[in-house]
Design a protein around this ligand. Structure first.
Ligand code: GRF
Length: 220
């Protein structure tokens, strides 16, 4: 069974979605540790409530990225972690981390990458006027939100949307696609060829399209 280390800095609703999917029998994986850079992260409480071991590594103790990541990797290894799942972890992963878990670190981001990498992306999507946004699970590489894409979900941006409304709509989809991405990996269905990620099994069909606003012209 795939042994996961989940890294959180805050609320941990994605962590909760992964825990729930495991407990429901939908996701064949085990979280062996939840690690945080923030001792106050609510995600740590979520882990403890489900009997999952936790570790805290604060920035103070490890001022450089290299020393921080070396310690984090050491702890993850001590818990037998095979795969690293970033779930709202507010630190940029260094080469030390990438070398320790090559192509075994995944992240979730609340936009349709490669649009809107970085921070405050829901507001940026509204301000840009895009008709769709969504979320992306991707492998982590040396860039910011730039690694090969595993799965994406699309949501419409609606008239009158605020950052909170759009974030909530996206987050709901995050909670669906993150457990699914991990289950694809757990089933050994994921292969990476350069930038493209191939997932064995049924893919999308040409009819899986959506338009916003809807087309009202009579077609045909
Ligand atoms: C999510 O929007 C995720 O996409 C981003 O950080 C947020 C974490 O939320 N990377 P939570 O801590 O899982 O509730």
């Amino acid at each position: 069974m795939l042994k996961l280390g989940v890294l959180v800095s805050g609320g941990g609703t994605n962590l909760q979605a992964i825990i729930d999917a495991i407990e429901a029998g939908d996701l064949n994986a085990k979280i062996t540790v939840v690690l945080s850079d923030n001792p106050e992260a609510y995600g740590l409480k979520r882990a403890s409530a489900h009997g999952i071991p936790t570790e805290v590594v604060t920035r103070d103790g490890y001022p450089t990225k290299k020393t921080y990541d070396t310690r984090a990797v050491e702890l993850l290894r001590s818990h037998g972690v095979e795969y690293v799942v970033l779930a709202g972890f507010m630190r940029i992963i260094s080469k030390v981390f990438l070398a320790a878990f090559p192509m075994r670190i995944i992240n979730i981001h609340p936009s349709l990458l490669p649009s809107f990498p970085g921070l405050d992306v829901q507001q940026a999507a509204i301000e840009h006027g895009v008709r769709f946004s969504g979320c992306t699970v991707h492998f982590v590489d040396e860039g910011i939100d730039s690694g090969p894409i595993i799965i994406q979900a699309v949501v419409p941006v609606l008239d009158g949307d605020t950052e909170d409304l759009l974030s909530a709509r996206i987050l709901k989809e995050e909670h669906r696609i993150y457990p699914q991405a991990i289950q694809f990996i757990s089933e050994g269905r994921v292969r990476v060829h350069g930038r493209r990620v191939h997932i064995k099994g049924p893919g999308a069909s040409e009819s899986d399209h959506i338009v916003n606003p809807p087309i009202t012209l009579t077609e045909g």
